[in-house]
Design a protein around this ligand. Structure first.
Ligand code: NAG
Ligand code: NAG
Length: 504
């Protein structure tokens, strides 16, 4: 392996060292630099592209063969969908072993010398296979010890129209990713390196080719981490108490079934057992049609939401709502609707809703027991609640449009701020939507990646989910399969929903 890498190293060694000096001058006036098939660029963050990395063609082909023979496992969560190989740290295949030794041996020493930092011998490498609709969304790679990321591509001839590009993001004043400013098209036997830092935001764009396989080896050289600026905390969305609107609004808008008191108590029983319920045909048919048509035909002002390491979808601005959509919005914020939700869920979303004395007592008892058990007064939520007296229930909502490429991600900051809440999702237009398109809401247990519940988009269906502090949610990336819906009526390729959250 030394022999294979050596020509590359000697070819790169000199120019890289020389260019580093030039690079410092380049930083203020960011420009790319290209020498001996090696490209260095500081924009949007330091990265380097080395073409024809392995000199021996037969070595590279054998390496590819060994990798394709490995077992692959499907990996899928909020951030990604792709297939990963068995751990490469222990594999004994000759070419995998050779590359591993070369990368984490001499190449690492050389790289450390070039960068002027001590890179540790820690071996951190895996093989990934991305095929049609696979993706890795925007993130910064930061994890204890990772200092330089590398990716070696073993792909067939590849065009940017095949997707699967390595996209690099610029960042804003809060060190949050802003937009893709550079896309690297993968190519056979090309190695890409970049510095892992608080601004190294990147993604693997969705693979759009239906038959090409994007095979790559990737990993990290470990070393002393860079200092991290404090995490940017997003200001919370303002929450509002209910609007003073009475029951006539419910009579006008809702399927009468849901106003039947007996049916409401059935719903409540089911909800209390499972903390979630799906109410089909929720709006009256004619109201549902009216709102759906308005959504498709009206010139709403849709605004893309970001930053891309957290979310990507569109929200309609309230001012642009036509009358019937405003009315539907008001319905969901109305006093009568807060009361209805109390009836459906047993939650206290209105001061008139029956207070559940038993439940409060239970909580207090739990609190006392906990105090005794831990011997501390560290557990305070219910104590706080008692001190504050009854709080005013509030809500926050959005009218959203989801289409190809949209998603939301879980975020490190989310778990610390998670609260008890009632999520409401009223899905309007999504004809012919299929599960395999993505776009479903997935609830997961905090820290554990364990899937608790999925809510699939379904027309005129109201989903209610009660979340505790251990539960987080994301909307799965909507992939290219959604584009197979009929062309012409672009609204058929989108999901529209009202998303509200209610707090007791
Ligand atoms: C990915 O892994 C899954 C599960 O092991 C397998 O069923 C699927 O065929 C794999 N896909 C590819 C492209 O290897
Ligand atoms: C809630 O239930 C109570 C009785 O249990 C009923 O009187 C009231 O009308 C219901 N509220 C709504 C908004 O349906």
């Amino acid at each position: 392996m030394e022999e294979v890498l050596l020509p590359v190293l000697t070819a790169c060694g000199l120019p890289v060292r020389r260019s580093r000096i030039q690079l410092q001058r380049v930083v203020s006036r960011p420009r790319a630099l290209s020498l001996w098939g090696l490209e260095l660029d500081c924009h949007p963050f330091p990265h380097c592209i080395i073409r024809n990395f392995i000199q021996s063609d037969s070595f590279t082909e054998n390496l590819q063969r060994e990798l394709l023979d490995l077992n692959f496992h499907e990996k899928s969560n909020d951030l990604y969908k792709f297939n990963q190989s068995d751990d490469l740290k222990k594999r004994k295949e000759p070419h995998i072993t050779g590359l591993r030794a070369g990368l984490f041996g001499r190449f690492r020493s050389w790289l450390g010398e070039v960068l002027g930092i001590e890179l540790e011998p820690t071996v951190d490498i895996s093989c990934a296979k991305y095929q049609y609709t696979d993706v890795l969304l925007c993130h910064d790679d930061e994890l204890e010890g990772r200092r330089v990321a590398f990716i070696l591509y073993l792909v067939p001839p590849w065009e940017s129209s095949d997707g699967g590009t390595l996209d690099l993001f610029s960042t804003d004043d809060h060190f949050q990713p802003h937009s893709v400013v550079k896309s690297l098209v993968p190519s056979w036997n090309t190695l890409v390196l970049f510095e892992v830092s608080p601004i190294s935001f990147h993604q693997v764009a969705e693979v759009l080719s239906e038959d090409k396989c994007r095979l790559s080896l990737s990993g990290w050289f470990h070393g002393p981490s860079l200092e991290r600026p404090p995490r940017h905390i997003e200001p919370p969305f303002p929450r509002s108490p209910h609007l003073p609107r009475d029951e006539t609004l419910l009579l006008e808008w809702l399927n009468p079934l849901y106003l039947d008191v007996d049916y409401q108590s059935q719903v409540q029983q089911e909800f209390e057992d499972s903390s979630e319920i799906q109410l089909k045909n929720f709006l009256k048919e004619e109201k549902f049609k009216e709102v759906s048509e308005a959504l498709r035909s009206t010139d709403f002002q849709w605004t893309k939401q970001g930053p891309p390491n957290r979310r990507c979808y569109e929200v309609a601005s309230l001012e642009s709502f036509p009358q019937c959509v405003s009315a539907c919005w008001e319905l969901l914020c109305s006093e009568a609707f807060f009361l209805l939700l109390s009836n459906f869920t047993g939650l206290r979303l209105h001061y008139l809703s029956p207070s559940d004395e038993d439940r409060e007592e239970e909580k207090d008892q739990e609190y006392e027991e906990e105090r005794e058990a831990t011997g501390s007064s560290g557990y305070t939520p219910s104590a706080n609640k008692n001190n504050k007296g009854p709080s005013t229930p509030v809500c926050v909502g959005e009218l959203r449009r989801w289409a190809h490429g949209d998603y939301t991600l879980l975020h490190d900051g989310d778990s610390s701020r998670a609260e008890y809440a009632l999520d409401l999702l009223l899905t309007l237009s999504c004809p012919d939507w299929q599960t395999e398109f993505g776009g479903f809401t997935s609830y997961v247990a905090n820290e554990e990646d364990e899937e608790l519940l999925m809510v699939y988009p379904e027309e005129n269906s109201l989903a209610l989910v009660y979340r505790d502090k251990e539960t987080l949610k994301f909307v799965k990336h909507i992939n290219h399969r959604s584009s197979t819906l009929p062309i012409g009526d672009s609204c058929r390729r989108a999901v529209y929903d009202f998303s509200f959250v209610y707090y007791e």
